[in-house]
Ligand binder design. Structure first.
Ligand code: GLN
Length: 544
């Protein structure tokens, strides 16, 4: 049976609980254990799919087509373990399951209540599909004291009894603020937070204390005394220069040891951390520098393109170069507030990422044109690929009115809504104008690449699988005119109906992909498209 680690947060949000969970899992993995990380989100949305990236950051998509919290991206980037639908659950989904059962009459006349029905459902989600691992790390979203998270707290309290003391450990992440006027780190918020937790019946075993300055031994001892944990289990956590340094830092502070000893386990031999040392060496000692212009919509909020940003960093790790990302608001090009050439000329490569809606689209199309005409490396992802096809249609295939039906009715739907597509489970259908939630082509789909294409050489393969999240598709009926204009369809769905990749053989590096390769990139296994894109940017940097 798997052992469970429950991770809660206190004092304030944004303490990096997700990174902590991912790093701890990576450390356990480095000791030879099999891990799985799960996220419980207390909000009432069924999944984050319909939430604005401004509010909740990026929606991370798993192979099995779940739209999940962006923390699942961290989990996968740090452990390499592909997330699944069953690894992210929200209060909304729990209630949806319970209410459906209630309507079916499954409760046989019983009064349906938070305890035991909601808590039982949470416990079931926690334990489901965990037989194949040694440790399950469950991160509870939100902060202790939130009304929404109470059923989750109650469920994990019960789980400790159900699983047995030796099979469950509570890790609490708190803040130890520095008060400049006093010149001191203050432990009181941590004490209060632990008191809140114990009032819910949860005594933490390990405390992770986020602090801006080193935690003096005296304060560590004080926290241990007041919060009823061994001093070795009070782990200071200072900000790291790179998120990929966090596992090494937590190991140095004794986190993995503290957790194993809370389980009553022998820590054994030191973990194998070579992979993380190598990443930090590459990040810390770059041999060059490139600047990538990302022309998008949600440029004000870095979390909106979390995985993309990380994948670009991974491309830098692969080439041992520093990657600077310039986020450029596509709308400024439309309103004439920014001169396209002046903004894009300093860039060593241009990327148009995924997105939804018409706003900024003409600016994106203009950026594609700039990259195509100037021979600057160009990478279009999802909406970015669609924009590259519309640009190609308008400017190299003579289809002046080319557009996408996403932006309204058009005579030339180079990109359009596809209402039927094949999956391993059979034909999938969606209705025009149907619900927005869960109506996209989501999750991993295979694609076939043309043997002698640029992308086949980048992947070193002609059969690939990548993750999707979109409603619209490039219309295969425009293949001929687009290819005559130099934009070649080099990757297709296996049945040949859905264009997956386009490229320009007469350009140094011009690739558009309908899927999201950034979701599968890892610091220790950079995605080949990102590694190759950054390599092309490096070549470009030597030209200008
Ligand atoms: N809005 C486009 C679509 O739905 C692209 C989506 C995306 O970039 N993720 O097809």
């Amino acid at each position: 049976m798997a052992r469970f680690i429950f991770i809660t947060g206190g004092v304030v949000s944004s303490l990096g609980k997700g990174l902590m969970a991912a790093s701890l899992a990576a450390l356990l993995q480095a000791r030879g254990y099999r891990v799985r990380i799960r996220k419980f989100d207390p909000y009432l949305n069924v999944d984050p799919g319909t939430m604005s990236p401004y509010q909740h950051g990026e929606v991370y998509v798993t192979d099995d087509g779940a739209e999940t919290d962006l923390d699942l991206g961290h989990y996968e980037r740090f452990t390499g373990v592909p997330g699944r639908q069953s690894d992210n659950v929200t209060s909304g989904r729990i209630y949806q399951t319970i209410i459906q059962k209630e309507r079916r009459g499954d409760y046989l006349g019983a009064t349906v209540q938070v305890i035991p029905h909601v808590t039982d459902a949470i416990k079931e989600f926690a334990r489901n599909e965990t037989d194949d691992v040694d440790f399950v790390l469950c991160e509870i979203g939100g902060t202790v004291g939130d009304i929404e998270s109470l059923p989750f707290m109650e469920a994990i309290r019960q789980l400790r009894n159900d699983l047995g003391r030796n099979n469950s450990v509570f890790v609490h992440v708190t803040l130890v603020p520095y008060i400049a006027a006093a010149g001191e780190l203050k432990t009181k918020p941590t004490q209060h937070s632990v008191r809140d937790l114990t009032s819910l019946g949860i005594q933490p075993d390990v405390l992770v204390c986020r602090c801006e300055r080193p935690l003096p031994e005296s304060e560590r001892a004080k926290i241990a005394l007041f919060c009823n944990v061994p001093k070795e289990a009070v782990i200071p956590a200072l900000d790291a220069s790179s998120i990929y340094g966090v596992p090494l830092q937590y190991h140095a502070e004794g986190l993995d040891n503290a957790v194993l000893s809370a389980f009553g386990m022998d820590a054994g031999a030191a973990p194998e951390l070579g992979r993380w040392d190598d990443i930090m060496d590459r990040l810390g000692n770059p041999e060059g520098e490139v600047t990538i212009g990302v022309v998008g919509k949600y440029v004000g909020l870095a979390d909106a393109y979390k995985s993309l940003n990380e994948a670009l960093v991974h491309g830098g790790i692969a080439n041992r170069v520093k990657v600077n990302v310039r986020w450029i608001d596509a709308e400024l090009f439309e309103k004439g507030e920014a001169d396209i050439a002046a903004q894009l000329e300093p860039m060593h490569a241009i990327l148009v990422p995924g997105g939804f809606g018409e706003r900024g689209s003409e600016g994106k199309i203009a950026s594609v044109k700039f990259a195509r005409e100037r021979g600057v490396p160009f990478f279009g992802i999802c909406l970015g690929m669609q924009m590259a096809c519309i640009e190609g249609a308008r400017n190299t295939a003579g289809i002046a009115d080319a557009s996408t039906t996403e932006f309204g009715p058009t005579e030339e739907p180079v990109v359009g809504l596809i209402t039927e597509w094949m999956t391993a489970e059979g034909l999938q259908k969606r209705e025009e104008g149907g619900d927005l939630g869960g109506t996209m082509r989501l999750g991993a789909y295979p694609a076939k690449l043309t043997g002698n294409s640029h992308v086949a050489s980048i992947y070193g393969a002609t059969d690939i699988s990548e993750r999707h999240r979109h409603r619209y598709e490039v219309n295969v009926h425009y293949r001929d005119p687009l290819e005559k204009g130099g934009l070649v369809f080099s990757g297709m769905s296996p049945d040949g109906t859905l264009p997956e990749i386009v490229e320009r053989p007469d350009h140094p590096w011009f690739v558009g992909v309908q899927f999201h390769p950034e979701l599968k990139s890892k610091p220790f296994d950079p995605h080949p498209l990102f590694a190759s894109f950054i390599e092309a940017a490096l070549k470009q940097s030597r030209l200008v």
